[in-house]
Design a protein around this ligand. Sequence first.
Ligand code: SF4
Ligand code: SF4
Length: 191
Amino acid sequence: MKKFFHNVFFREILKGLKLTFSHYFVKDITLQYPHEKTSLPDTFRGALCLLRYDENETERCVGCDLCEAACPSGCISVVSAEKLESGDVVRYATDFDIDITKCVFCGFCVEACPVNALAMTKSYEYSTNNKRSLIFDKAKLYEIGDHRHVEAKGYLVAHDQEGEEETVSEYRYRFPYYQKQEPVPEPEKST
Ligand code: SF4
Ligand code: SF4
């Protein structure tokens, strides 16, 4: 009999409608992307970037290759050289490329960097139909870093790699000055 009344009054349908109408009074949790965007935490791992020092805009990267060695995907390529700067020998990266199509956004490269030259940003909208444009070269990485240095700083602070108020000029590593040694003369052969 109970089943008969359930069938006559469409109880299951009424239950479903009740649930549907109850959602009219619940706040939406779905965001209408791309018109609406969620706020991301400072720990978010988005596009990588290269950073400069705040006060003089010098590139932080010293071309040490540690990020390349730490990368599990093998997507970083660094070519470095040395130059004389105010009497010091300074090492720098002549070329710096990251193949973002291979990157797994693990953040190991950022952790490995001894001078906090690398950081991650909250940028994630760079999908493209041109795969080649996803190889970020040095210019592109500095462009991202220049535009998103606040996010990059937030990432380093959130991962305890840099203090919030810390001035970062102290990271600048200078190799000890050395002079090219004259070749040691060969000892004269005794006759
Ligand atoms: S985030 Fe990870 S995978 Fe991506 S470049 Fe850095 S070390 Fe490599
Ligand atoms: S980004 Fe950092 S770890 Fe990578 S080459 Fe430059 S200084 Fe070294």
